[in-house]
Design a protein around this ligand. Structure first.
Ligand code: F6R
Ligand code: MG
Ligand code: MG
Length: 366
């Protein structure tokens, strides 16, 4: 048996029930049927289908490596088939994230979001797949920083010899199409200069100092890809746990504090990212507040053992309450900043169309 396994999570919004709040079970069934066939044909090793809000999430293991055309094409075809089901049911925004109809080599830049990593399976390989709805790709910067660079979050950075050396962060400038690597803890102040601005700079991946992949995220910004507002990015983040990596609990701990993120109603508002069980990942209030779910698996010879619904735990109740309180507070601002996003980010929403209409009425001041 080949040694390396690839974990791919590819997601898209292909239609919502009702509005943008959740997904119809038929979409998950359609995806499951197709992935079951792919598994029987030995294209993939295993799969798990789930949803976070209106996003359909395909979690897959295979031996083909990241950025594999066959895997991407398969995911693309599944999303199209599910979009067809969504169209028949007249679900809302059917096919919303599928920005083109012609597939060529990669699903990157075509609308769906993806996080992939290839590694040699350890004696025991615990992983977590984090999925978010009603927010943007930069939402992972803070939790990644806390888990991999903050000893107040991750005890292992101090206590465990295998984590004590720290980690390496790959950061993407999604507007400038550039990347940079930072070592933590040596360069954490430099790292924070950039990742503290999560609408432009996003942690793409994290490695051990020996070059082992630890975490990977989706950094696709839908508005930048489509050239207009087509919904928020609703990103995913996959991570290996335990041993040379933070423990499961150290990776979950960053989500115990209500983090304010971009997204929520019309992708135009700042709101708290609420950690919830999969059954509660149906953002309804003011189309939100933004949600994050976490499914844990043990990978065994490429098989996904699990999942465990990691936020289905009363110890996240206080975080959820804090999110609800913050949601109330932010909502009181109505159309005012900082609830509404700063003008620079509103560029990627539908508001410029309204502003354009008023353009001619502005008079110069003498
Ligand atoms: C945010 C989101 C929703 C929609 C809103 C308006 O990411 O998906 O808040 O932006 O429901 O939707 P449309 O423009 O489709 O009527
Ligand atoms: Mg939608
Ligand atoms: Mg969504």
């Amino acid at each position: 048996m080949e040694k390396k396994v690839t974990l791919s999570t590819i997601k898209a919004d292909v239609g919502g029930l009702v509005g943008h709040s959740s997904i119809h079970p038929d979409l998950c069934k359609e995806a499951e049927n197709r992935l079951e066939t792919a598994k029987k044909q030995e294209k993939i090793l295993d799969y798990y289908v789930t949803a976070c809000g209106d996003d359909l999430e395909l979690i897959m293991t295979h031996r083909k490596g990241p950025d594999n055309t066959e895997i991407h094409q398969m995911a693309w075809d599944i999303f199209w088939a599910c979009a067809e089901t969504a169209k028949k049911l007249k679900l809302y925004g059917a096919g919303q994230d599928l920005l083109t109809d012609a597939f060529s080599n990669t699903i990157r830049g075509m609308g769906p979001g993806l996080a992939e990593m290839e590694f040699e399976e350890r004696k025991s390989e615990p992983i977590i797949v984090f999925m978010a709805d009603k927010t943007s790709a930069g939402a992972w910067n803070l939790p990644l920083y806390k888990a991999f660079a903050d000893p107040f979050n991750t005890a292992g950075l101090v206590i465990s010899p295998s984590l004590h050396e720290g980690f390496k962060f790959q950061v993407h400038d999604v507007k400038g199409h550039k990347r940079i690597f930072f070592d933590a803890p040596e360069e954490i102040y430099d790292l924070l200069v950039f990742i503290g601005a999560p609408s432009q700079y996003m942690v793409k991946s994290v490695y051990t100092k020996n070059g082992e992949i630890a975490a990977a995220t989706s950094t696709e910004r839908l508005a930048l890809t489509a050239g207009k507002y087509v919904g928020k990015d609703d990103p995913v983040y996959i991570v290996r746990c335990q041993g040379d990596f933070p423990a499961v609990g150290e990776l979950l701990e960053p989500f115990t504090r209500a983090q304010l993120v971009e997204g929520w109603m019309r992708g135009s508002h700042t709101g708290p990212l609420m950690p919830v069980a999969v059954k509660d990942a149906n953002p309804s209030r003011f189309d939100g507040p933004p949600r994050v779910t976490a499914l844990g698996f043990q990978i065994a010879d490429g098989q996904l053992i699990g999942p465990r619904d990691m936020f289905d735990d009363p110890s996240f109740d206080v975080a959820r309450q804090e999110c609800n309180r913050l949601a109330d507070h932010m909502r009181r601002h109505g159309p005012f900043e900082p609830h509404r996003l700063p003008m620079e980010e509103m560029e990627y929403t539908t508001m410029p169309q309204v502003m354009e209409r008023l353009e001619s009425r502005w008079e110069d001041l003498n």
